[in-house]
Design a protein around this ligand. Structure first.
Ligand code: ATP
Length: 344
């Protein structure tokens, strides 16, 4: 995702990396990815940290301070999903982590993988999602018994820095266009500010085409003709929803990668959640987690290993070995072993 080049240029090889195992399918896909990275002979000192539902009983909270401290120490983390309970309970671990580490950009490249046939070919979209505010600020109140309200926070500072991130990303990665996605005709002040910040920053990047679209139209256009889109820039909530839509265009959540990048830290994680419906059954597709790990390897300068792993992954998919979410019958462990046998 281009960030690899930046770290590599700095000549910095960070080998201590936090691994957050998560819950649901998290432990299964983490184990698969660790096994593959080890088989690729990449030497990493994994600082393994547990988080989520399973640690609440022992430690009282789903995201103990030790996890944040570990990422602060190592600067880089690979994270598998952690359940966000619906309704009352703890604040989402994902939201808390992004907030505390100020991981302000969520980068989700979304492109067709070889061997995974979908409705569209040549999808190549990068979702850049603002990661720290919007409705995720978690400011809600019960006004009265029959009324609840949630506050959508959009600030100029956060909107400007994510806009800059999107344009910088576009320049560094030879992308042609940044399209800002809002509902500024309805949320005139909040989305209006996000849009205004994108417009202002677009003027600093004359080499990148700039486009504006409303989120509802964007969803329809994505389903009808995804090839028209390049880099999408969105506030937090639309970014979350549109990312899943984009994942659907390329074969589903089982293959959709992601990264949370801030000024000081980077946490690589798949787009999908903890998939409790298939947890513990050896059914999960480890590809999304692996693709996220491959980008992490690029980020730390392990470019050659990243390339070898990606080639083995693509060869496996092309040979027809797939997990159930992609229409195949391989278990997570079988897919992992097949991939390892193809590693050079
Ligand atoms: P969250 O809100 O935490 O992101 P979600 O509601 O989007 O979670 P997921 O946990 O991502 O839900 O799962 C959505 C669907 O996709 C489920 O049916 C799940 O089984 C499937 N799914 C998600 N990840 C994978 C995977 N790695 N392999 C196979 N199926 C998956």
């Amino acid at each position: 995702m281009g960030e690899g080049a930046r770290r590599a240029d700095e000549g910095e090889k960070l080998k201590n990396i936090t691994l957050i195992k998560g819950d649901g399918i998290g432990p299964e896909i983490s184990d698969a990815v660790l096994k593959i990275i080890k088989a690729a002979r990449v030497e990493i000192n994994w600082d393994i940290q547990t988080a989520g539902a399973d640690v609440i009983e022992k430690e009282g909270v789903p995201l103990p301070a030790r996890v944040i401290e570990s990422v602060k120490r190592n600067k880089i983390a690979l994270k598998s999903p952690v359940t966000t309970p619906i309704g009352k309970g703890f604040r989402s671990v994902n939201v808390q982590l992004r907030k505390e580490l100020d991981l302000y950009s969520n980068l989700r490249p979304c492109y067709n993988l070889p061997g995974v046939k979908t409705r569209y070919d040549n999808v190549d979209i990068v979702v850049v999602r603002e990661n720290t505010e919007d409705l995720y600020a978690g400011i809600e109140r019960q006004v009265d018994e029959d009324t609840a309200e949630s506050i959508k926070i959009i600030t100029r500072g956060a909107s400007e820095r994510i806009a800059r991130f999107a344009f910088d990303y576009a320049v560094k990665n030879n992308r042609k266009e940044v399209c800002v996605v809002t509902k500024a005709n309805i949320c005139k002040l909040s989305d209006g500010l996000f849009l205004e910040s994108a417009r202002k920053n677009s003027e600093l990047y004359p080499q990148i085409k700039f486009r504006e679209i409303l989120v509802d139209n964007c969803c329809m256009q994505l389903v009808q003709n995804p090839n028209q889109f390049d880099v999408l820039l969105l506030p937090n909530l639309y970014g979350d929803i549109v990312s899943d839509l984009c994942a659907g265009l390329i074969g589903g959540l089982g293959i959709a990668q992601g990264a949370n990048i801030g000024k000081d830290y980077a946490v690589f994680e798949p787009v999908h959640g903890s998939a409790p419906d298939i947890a513990g059954q050896d059914k999960a597709n480890p590809t999304a987690m692996l693709m996220s790990a491959i980008e992490m390897l690029n980020y730390i300068g392990e470019v050659e290993a990243a390339k070898r792993i990606k080639t083995a992954l693509f060869d496996t998919l092309k040979s027809g070995i797939k997990t159930a979410d992609l229409g195949g019958n391989a278990k997570c462990s079988e897919f992992t072993d097949a991939m390892i046998s193809k590693l050079s």
